[in-house]
Design a protein around this ligand. Structure first.
Ligand code: ZN
Length: 146
């Protein structure tokens, strides 16, 4: 069902915008407080949406809830994915550095690169992370999990 209140839809697009900013920052410590703060606009939008859609059916409400939660889910997923020493190879010690899946040599950090991963609901999570090359066989990867 298309939204009948353009202003409300506009605000929802703005809420969706933080999805793309997930991983532009350097690696940060995980913070439940940050997620809580990020969730407040979602709850506010849900309340506003419900007030604007008093006749919405159960399945329409469920679809809107899923739509809103998809953005929050992507943000949390991005934070969790980057919260590891191996996601930041330059900060990792030699023992922490992942090994080449082909030949087992310790991978060398080659800088940082942004990459997008499409997750549930078709939301793209942008991950800025180290990429590495293998000094022995030249394999190139984004450890962990490529
Ligand atoms: Zn190798």
């Amino acid at each position: 069902m298309p939204c009948k209140i353009p202003e409300s839809c506009e605000r929802m697009r703005e809420v969706g915008a933080w999805r793309g900013r997930v991983a532009r920052r350097k690696r940060e410590r995980l913070s439940a407080e940050r997620w809580s703060e990020g969730a407040v606009p979602v709850w506010t939008e849900l309340v506003a949406w419900r007030e604007a859609h008093p006749r919405a059916t159960f399945s329409e409400i469920e679809a809107e809830l899923d739509r809103q939660l998809t953005g929050m889910r992507a943000r949390i997923l991005g934070d969790l994915a980057l919260a590891s020493a191996t996601a930041d190879l330059q900060a990792a010690s030699v023992e922490e550095r992942p090994r080449c899946e082909r030949c087992g040599a310790v991978l060398q950090a080659q800088g940082r690169e942004e990459r997008g991963v499409v997750t549930q609901g078709g939301v793209e999570v942008r991950l800025e992370r180290s990429y590495a090359t293998c000094p022995r066989c030249g394999d190139r990867s984004f450890p962990p999990g490529r």
